[in-house]
Design a protein around this ligand. Structure first.
Ligand code: ZN
Length: 431
């Protein structure tokens, strides 16, 4: 119910049985619904604490009211079927994990141990390890096996506050296996009651059978895309543009295939070197450039001009013990929105908490806690092309989290632990 309805109108609506499904009162609301910081008037200035007098109402899966309880149009019990006293707890939008590879089979824990024991990447690859081992295991897994192995990872993210999840393909690298990965991603959303957005990443790595023929493989990828799209399995298209991945020209061909279908693009860009990837995806009006540790000033300017989001992935930075930071100050100076994601994957970022990624973004990249929370909500939604979530505002999806803490900075402060009280997605309690 919009804020401008009068008390009398709200009462009338209540008589008609049109009460809200639920209403949280005594909540500290971080709405994120302002240009910066944690939100607008009810949020207060960063560091000064939020007012405990916030209220959040929802109906039919949408937020009906988000604001000071004093502005509610009627008594809580007149307005909503269920009134929940949040006891001063922090309430934020549901978190949005905008970059994961969490559908895969097997894991690489043994490889992690070998590397710590001194084995090089090359030795591991020669012994059949590395991404090839994940591709092999994923190809050999049935759809149900892949779902069974991936579900606990998605469930862990949900349990720590994620209500929208992006999942990429890219460990199948043949048509049937890429299709199976995307189908499993969709089934994860159905199983958990959260929204899963799928990204086709056929151009992730060159499969062993295509060694020496990257051009031919890219031809195949461009041919699979319309078929997968026709099955409703593709929300966006991604590629790995890097010296050890695919070239600018090959990436451009994949993007042109996406554009022909009206699909948005994003890119693994400038992770290990400045290959001009950020500028390339910006030239296609891309949703996001991801990793971006080595993005040049020209790349930052191109992203700013195109409205392309910088997706920061501090989990991979941490695991790989990288030392080159993304150009955070330049992103700030040019107003490039910064998102934060887990990059959950078996090789470089086996990370199962987006809140932990926010913590790493603060410690490694020196994001403020407000920037990290914006990065995991409103800016992450934008990196997926979604403007109906990531903030607490009437009319948006009723995706929100009640935390067992009172201050937003606490989300970035604790390493691990169980801070979630409850998670609502589309107005329904999911965790
Ligand atoms: Zn990735």
């Amino acid at each position: 119910m919009p804020r401008h309805e009068t008390h009398a109108e709200a009462g009338l609506a209540a008589e008609r049985g049109a009460r809200w499904d639920g209403l949280l009162v005594n909540a500290r609301l971080a709405t994120l619904d302002g240009a910066e910081g944690y939100g607008d008037g009810i949020a207060g200035a960063p560091g000064t604490g939020l007012s405990p007098a916030g209220a959040l109402g929802w109906r039919d899966g949408r937020i009906a009211f988000a604001g000071p309880a004093a502005a509610l149009p009627a008594r809580p019990d007149e307005l909503a079927i269920e009134v929940i006293d949040a006891g001063g707890d922090l309430v934020t939008p549901g978190l949005v994990d905008c970059h994961t590879h969490l559908v895969f089979a097997g894991d690489r824990a043994a490889e992690f141990e070998q590397r710590l024991g001194g084995a090089s990447y090359e030795e591991i690859a020669r012994a059949g390890g590395g991404i090839v081992s994940t591709v092999r295991a994923t190809r050999n897994a049935s759809e149900d096996e892949l779902l069974a192995q991936s579900l606990p990872r998605a469930r862990a993210l949900l349990a720590d506050g994620v209500t929208t999840l992006e999942v990429k393909s890219g460990y199948g690298l043949d048509f049937a296996s890429e299709r199976r990965m995307l189908r499993v991603a969709r089934r994860l959303g159905d199983a958990l009651g959260i929204d899963v957005r799928t990204t086709f990443l056929g151009a992730h790595a060159l499969p062993p059978e295509s060694a020496g023929d990257a051009e031919g493989y890219i031809d195949a990828v461009c041919g699979w895309l319309p078929r997968l799209h026709a099955e409703g399995l593709v929300d966006a298209v991604d590629a790995f543009c890097e010296r050890i991945g695919f070239s600018d020209d090959q990436t451009r061909r994949v993007f042109e295939a996406a554009r022909a279908l009206g699909l948005p693009v994003k890119l693994h860009a400038d992770q290990l070197s400045d290959g001009g990837g950020a500028a390339l995806v910006a030239a296609f009006g891309g949703l996001s450039a991801d990793h971006v540790e080595h993005t040049s000033p020209a790349g930052v300017r191109a992203m700013a001009a195109a409205g392309t989001v910088a997706v920061l992935l501090p989990g991979a930075f941490h695991v790989l013990r990288e030392t080159t930071l993304p150009p955070i100050d330049a992103f700030r100076a040019h107003g490039v929105p910064m998102a934060v994601a887990t990059d959950c994957n078996p090789g470089t970022s086996p990370l199962l908490s987006l809140r932990q990624a926010m913590q790493l973004a603060c410690t490694h990249f020196r994001l403020t806690p407000a920037e990290a929370l914006r990065g995991a909500t409103v800016h992450a939604a934008r990196a997926l092309g979604l403007d109906d979530r990531g903030r607490l505002r009437a009319g948006l999806r009723a995706d929100f989290v009640r935390w067992r803490v009172r201050e937003p900075a606490a989300l970035c402060y604790w390493l691990g632990g169980d801070l979630v009280h409850s998670v609502f997605a589309g107005g329904r309690r999911m965790a």
